[in-house]
Design a protein around this ligand. Structure first.
Ligand code: DGY
Length: 323
C-alpha cells in the first residue's frame, strides 16, 4: 500500500522526524527556512498532509487552487489562527492542533516572565554583564513582591489553569479569571479562583494580568490603550498567548509613561520583528516565543501530530480535530 505523502514545514525534534519517516512518505524542510505562501499553496497540490506551524501563514488565498491533494493540515502547536479554517473546510481539508502537551511549559514561561519583570531580573542581569554593578545597597533595583499578590487570568483554558496552579500553590496569589464562557464551579474551586464578568471588571483589581486566550481576528488588540489605562499604575502585563492580542504601540506608550509598572512578552504582533519602542523599554522583559520550547514538550507536540495523522489515515477521528 502506498504511504501518504507528508510535508513537514519546519525542522522538528529528531526523535519525531525519525518516527514519522517510518510511517509516512515524508518530506522534511532540512534548511528550516519558513515557506512562502506560494510554496504552501503549491504544497496543497502535492501532499496528502501538510504539517504547518505558527510561522506558516495559510490565509484563504493559499487554498484558492484548481485541485487540492491535501486532506489534512496537522498543525504543530496549539494555536491555529494562522490557518484560515473556513477556507480549509470549504476544500474538505481537516485541521488538527496539539493541545495539552504544552500547557505546563507555556505556563512556566508565563511565570518566568512574571517573576523576571516583578523582580527586575532582566535589568539586573544587563547591569551585571555591562560591568555597572557597584555592589549591594538597600535601595538597589527594588522590585514588586509576587507572593500573595492578585493575578488576573484572561482566558481560562488549559494553559490559563496551569498558570493558576503555579500562582495559587507556588506563590499564594489571589486569582481572578475572565473567560468567554462560565467556568465550572469545581474548576474555579480547584485554584481558589473567582470569575468576573468582563475584562473591565478584572483589570483594575489586579497586580499582574496574564493573557491565555486564543489569537486571531476576534481577539486582535483585546488589550488596547483604553484597557491598559484600567490597570493599576503598579501592575504588570504578561503575554504568552499571541502577539496580536496586545496593541504593541499602546503598550509601549504605557511602559514609557509609566501608566503600568512593566510587562513580560513571549509573543509579538509581527514576529520576529519587534518595535524599537519595546526593545528600548527597560521595564519590559522580552523572550523569543519560547513558551513550548523544552525537549519534552516539543517532542510531545510532534508525537501528538503523529497520533492525529495516524488516526486520520486509518479512517478514525483524529483526537484534536479543530476544523
Ligand atoms: C503554539 O503551540 O501555538 C505555540 O505558540 C508554539 O508552541
Amino acid at each position: 500500500m502506498t504511504r501518504p505523502r507528508v510535508l513537514v514545514t519546519r525542522r522538528w525534534p529528531q526523535a519525531v522526524e525519525t518516527k514519522m519517516a517510518e510511517v509516512f512518505d515524508l518530506t522534511l524542510n532540512t534548511s528550516d527556512r519558513p515557506l512562502t505562501e506560494p510554496e504552501l499553496k503549491d504544497a496543497l497540490g502535492q501532499y496528502d498532509a501538510v504539517l504547518p506551524t505558527v510561522t506558516d501563514r495559510l490565509p484563504a488565498a493559499v487554498f484558492d487552487r484548481a485541485s487540492t491533494r491535501t486532506r489534512i493540515l496537522a498543525n504543530y502547536g496549539v494555536g491555529f489562527a494562522h490557518i484560515d479554517c473556513e477556507a480549509a473546510k470549504s476544500r474538505g481539508i481537516a485541521v488538527t492542533n496539539t493541545p495539552d502537551v504544552l500547557s505546563e511549559c507555556t505556563a512556566d514561561i508565563a511565570m518566568t516572565l512574571l517573576l523576571m519583570v516583578a523582580r527586575r531580573a532582566g535589568e539586573g542581569e544587563r547591569e551585571l554583564r555591562d560591568g555597572r554593578w557597584t555592589g549591594w545597597r538597600p535601595t538597589h533595583l527594588i522590585g514588586t513582591k509576587v507572593s500573595g499578590a492578585t493575578l488576573g487570568i484572561i482566558g481560562f483554558g488549559r494553559i490559563g489553569q496551569a498558570m493558576a496552579q503555579r500562582a495559587q500553590f507556588g506563590f499564594g496569589m489571589k486569582i481572578l479569571v475572565q473567560n468567554r464562557s462560565p467556568v465550572p464551579a469545581e474548576v474555579l474551586a480547584r485554584y481558589n479562583a473567582t470569575q468576573v464578568p468582563s475584562i473591565e471588571d478584572l483589570l483594575p483589581d489586579c497586580d499582574f494580568v496574564s493573557l491565555h486566550c486564543p489569537g486571531g481576528a476576534a481577539n486582535r488588540h483585546l488589550i488596547n490603550a483604553r484597557r491598559l489605562d484600567l490597570m493599576k499604575p503598579g501592575a504588570f502585563l504578561i503575554n504568552t498567548a499571541r502577539g496580536e492580542v496586545v496593541d504593541e504601540h499602546a503598550l509601549a506608550q504605557s511602559l514609557w509613561f509609566g501608566t503600568i509598572a512593566g510587562a513580560g512578552l513571549d509573543v509579538f504582533e509581527r514576529e520576529p520583528s519587534i518595535p524599537d519602542a519595546l526593545l528600548n523599554a527597560d521595564n519590559l522583559v522580552l523572550l523569543p516565543h519560547l513558551g513550548s520550547a523544552t525537549r519534552e514538550t516539543r517532542e510531545g507536540m510532534g508525537f501528538r501530530v503523529l497520533e492525529n495523522l495516524t488516526a486520520f489515515f486509518d479512517g478514525r477521528a483524529p483526537r484534536d480535530r479543530v476544523a
